[in-house]
Design a protein around this ligand. Structure first.
Ligand SMILES: Nc1ncnc2c1ncn2[C@@H]1O[C@H](COP(=O)(O)OP(=O)(O)OP(=O)(O)O)[C@@H](O)[C@H]1O
Length: 244
């Protein structure tokens, strides 16, 4: 197994509080890792730290074998990452955002491949962000994570605000990218996507690992998504660290 990411005892602080504590996780190269947990459980904080947008307070963070826990800038260079859709500047067009990240729009669109169509990008390229709906902004923000052609991409709840067709098409296009070698880490609230599309994952509760979802568990989840949803909802309600 080729590890793309290995966190050991990773801890993240915000305003002096430990919001992620002693998290261990591994992500294999060319796989899709799904992070779930209640609101406020630390998913965004963990993903922002991984992608170099926040420091780690302690622990180890190896990216393709290289220890980068103390090097935020290096982590930021290694990961494609979506800007929060609601923070995109109103005075830019979709194409401006993508070109800021990835250079010429033709290069960006060729890197996006099937994501270009899945996200319905062509009409958004000349749209001003200020004129875009929440879902349109989200499409541009998700595309921005792929604009630089990074082989490692972190997405925080990429399906938020998208319509059902876009959710379906994006899920397929992301899976296709992973099958072609992308390593993808996403925070998700949609247990159906976790069951059907992710290879492995983790549940956070109060900043700690509550459950490791290995390949066997997610394979079983894909076979019986309703049972998986019931069990996972019970776990999320209790926030306990008991096993399935
Ligand atoms: N900018 C911030 N400054 C200080 N504390 C923060 C900040 N953002 C989040 N927190 C705190 O960090 C903890 C974890 O928040 P985080 O956003 O990582 O959770 P989350 O699991 O992503 O939640 P959600 O599902 O609602 O997006 C929460 O207690 C929250 O109050």
């Amino acid at each position: 197994m080729n590890l793309a990411i290995e966190l050991t005892s990773a801890t993240v602080e915000r305003s002096g509080w430990r919001v992620v504590q002693d998290v261990d996780l591994t992500v294999s190269s060319g796989s899709w890792f799904g992070l779930i947990g209640a609101n406020g459980s630390g998913k965004t904080s963990l993903l922002r730290a991984l992608a170099g947008r926040l420091p780690f307070a302690s622990g180890s963070c190896r990216v393709t074998g290289e220890e980068l826990v103390d090097d935020r800038a290096a982590r930021a260079l290694r990961f494609g990452f979506s800007p929060p859709a609601d923070k995109l500047p109103d005075a830019l067009r979709g194409r401006d955002v993508l070109e800021l990240v990835g250079g010429s729009i033709d290069d960006v669109r060729s890197r996006l491949g099937k994501l270009d169509k899945a996200l319905g990008l062509p009409p958004l390229l000349n749209s001003w962000i200020g004129d875009c709906s929440a879902g349109m902004r989200q499409r541009i923000a998700v595309a921005a994570a792929f604009a630089g052609g990074h082989p490692l991409v972190v997405l925080d709840e990429p399906f938020n605000w998208l319509d059902p067709v876009a959710i379906f098409d994006l899920r397929e296009a992301l899976r296709d990218k992973v099958d072609s070698g992308l390593t993808l880490i996403t925070a998700l609230h949609d247990l159906g996507t976790l069951a059907s599309a992710c290879d492995t994952g983790l549940m956070l509760a109060d900043g700690k690992v509550a459950l490791v979802l290995d390949e066997d568990m997610l394979r079983a989840a894909a076979k019986d998504p309703q049972a998986f949803e019931r069990q996972t909802i019970n776990r999320l309600r209790s926030g306990s660290t008991a096993h399935f």
